[in-house]
Ligand binder design. Structure first.
Ligand code: R5P
Length: 329
């Protein structure tokens, strides 16, 4: 699997940005990782029977990065694994610097594997004069990569921001498999806001559960308020699902509202992306959360007092890489 016969773009000598014609030939597979989530990159590479390609990432005293790929990537099909997670600006720049280094080291095809894509919530302008961060990030990535593989985008419409092929993987089925043993007769799926309704319906159909919805009003970046719960949750065991937990504001206010409305404790929570910034860990640990299930799209330094069940995305990512690497163009 590690060699595949493909159309290889002929890069015009001396200018990595200018593509020439194509020729047919073999491309070797190389997996590289930035520093944002090496554990996930390592286990994904291992499933593909590959190690991580050698590269050196250093920081100068003034905070500038220096990146050096320490192998020849000529005729290689390179997959660069890096979530665009906090610290977002640093991880994004590192990803772009790595891409530049790969091109200059001769990579024939370069794919960004983004287990989490930051800025995806900025998919439109909410007020005059606002930047559309999601579009900007997409534009920048398109200048350096040939393809993108990503997982559970906050808004699937973001796919349209990319002018290069993008494979959008869903972790819903994987997380649902891990929720299955926790489901009881009184379980009910709950969407913590109207944006999560489709996601909750998907989980509900996989787990064969009814759905309730919460109407959330965002007061500030960290604070949200529940205005209404649609559905009868009294005496039932809620399973709260969302695409991401950032400050925890959305989930915490949903937990409080569910408890006030007479839901049964403890409550199960699942999300693909656990950023857990600000007071998220503390605030969640003060609520009756039975189990918090998160994927490992984002590396967490310290899980604090929270009991988190982490489900690895390595198999999903490895399968996507294998598909792309072996597909004949
Ligand atoms: C919002 O639409 C998202 O799906 C999440 O509910 C939200 O962004 C999570 O952020 P936080 O944890 O800060 O409330």
């Amino acid at each position: 699997m590690n060699r595949t016969y493909l159309r290889i773009p002929v890069i015009k000598a001396g200018n990595p940005e200018q593509e020439g014609d194509y020729r047919l030939g073999f491309m070797d597979l190389t997996i590289l990782s930035g520093r944002a989530n090496r554990a996930l990159a390592r286990s994904t590479a291992a499933l593909l029977d590959a190690g991580l390609g050698r590269c050196k990432i250093e920081e100068f005293p003034d905070n500038e990065l220096r990146i050096e790929i320490q192998e020849n990537l000529r005729d290689h099909d390179v997959y660069l694994i890096q979530p665009v997670s906090p610290p977002v600006a640093e991880n994004l720049l590192e990803l772009l610097m790595l891409a530049d280094a790969c091109r200059r080291a001769g990579a024939s095809r370069l794919t960004a594997v983004l287990p989490y894509l930051g800025y995806a919530r900025q998919d439109r302008r909410y007020g005059e004069g606002e930047a559309v961060g999601g579009r900007l990030i997409a534009d920048v990535l398109c200048t350096r990569f040939d393809r993108i593989i990503t997982v559970d985008l906050h808004n699937p419409a973001i796919e349209g921001f990319f002018s290069i092929p993008l494979e959008h993987i869903s972790a819903t089925r994987l997380l649902a498999q891990n929720l299955w043993p926790l489901i009881t007769e009184g379980s009910i799926l709950v969407a913590p806001d109207l944006g999560a309704v489709k996601l909750a319906q998907k989980y509900a159909s996989l787990l064969d559960l009814p759905v309730a919805y919460i109407h959330k009003v965002r007061v500030s970046g960290e604070k949200v308020r529940v205005s209404e719960i649609i559905g009868d949750i009294k005496g039932r065991s809620p399973v709260l699902v969302d695409d991401m937990i950032s400050t925890g504001g959305t989930i915490v206010s949903a937990l409080d509202a569910l408890m006030d409305a007479g839901a049964r404790k403890p409550i199960t929570v699942a999300a693909t992306h656990g950023l857990l910034v600000g007071g998220a860990r503390r605030n969640l640990s003060l609520r009756p959360v039975g189990k918090l299930i998160l994927s490992d799209s984002i590396h967490l330094q310290n899980e604090g007092h929270l009991a988190i069940e982490r489900i690895s995305l390595d198999q999903l990512l490895a399968r996507a890489v294998e598909r792309q690497h072996t597909e004949i163009e």
